[in-house]
Design a protein around this ligand. Sequence first.
Ligand code: HEM
Ligand code: HEM
Length: 252
Amino acid sequence: MQLRDFLELIHPVLVITIVFPLVGLAVYFAWQTRQRRLQARTGQKPPGPALAGITHMRVGHYLTGAVVGVCLVALGFDTLDSAIQADAFVKEPVQMGFLGLMFIATLAALGFLYISRPWGWRLVFALLTEVGVLVLGFQDTLFNRPEQWIFRRDYEWQFSHFYSGLVVTTLMIISLGIVPQIYRSSGWRTLHITLNTLALLFFLGQAMTGTRDLIEIPLTWQTPYIEQLYNLNCNVKPCQVTLQTKTGPGSP
Ligand code: HEM
Ligand code: HEM
């Protein structure tokens, strides 16, 4: 396996080993928190552990960090990979410097969101984190690039891993941003449950579109052949892919 292929797999591996287990934990404790709250209203002894709510909140904190993290890892890989191919570090140093700073600023904004308490500041840092993710995600439009560095699947946006990835990331940023509000009012609590039930569907969608993308994106040694399939329109007419026999580290 070549280094590029290895790096490309880091994002899916992090999602599978860290994000999805955290989603499972968050849902498990969310259910217990809800049951305890509903039972407490009836005056009966609430079921489940007394720390269910706190544990859910803690897991939620890790979950938001993990989701924003894997999103940035994916965008970071796409950016770096395309920048190296386009020799952009030499040709577009200002643009690359800006993108580098954007990655750092987004992480810093998320960090400040974790530690700030006043509602106003939480709103500011949640918005800044979101803006960071959006700028990095839509960098092709921002820089008016003729070629796409971030594969958005605009022609089939309903099934796009990119757009639903941004939605789920946004929902996690909102969850973290409104934590104090959830404790204060039942309206925010209901909003939280509604948005995050939706987020669960998007997580499922990410698993599906992510797996599809994994089987669609060729390994480095396969790329020249797969590119021929697209260039020769092999999906609509008969075509012949030319095999250049190559032995060495790049071959399977
Ligand atoms: C998969 C995602 C999530 C789902 C399905 C979910 C769902 C829920 C549910 C059902 C409740 C209980 C509401 C009630 O008491 O009636 C809850 C409470 C809460 N959630 Fe989430 N949540 C998720 C993620 C998060 C995240 C990412 C955070 C924060 C970063 C978070 C913070 C909280 C807090 C602070 C409470 C109140 C806990 C308490 O009452 O002690 N949740 N959530
Ligand atoms: C929380 C869940 C996830 C989020 C937020 C997320 C987010 C993203 C984002 C924003 C991108 C960059 C846009 C793009 O290239 O399409 C991306 C790329 C990708 N993701 Fe995910 N993803 C998630 C889960 C998964 C899963 C479960 C898999 C596979 C099992 C996966 C596999 C991929 C692949 C293969 C790419 C393309 C990388 C490339 O362009 O070379 N993702 N993801």
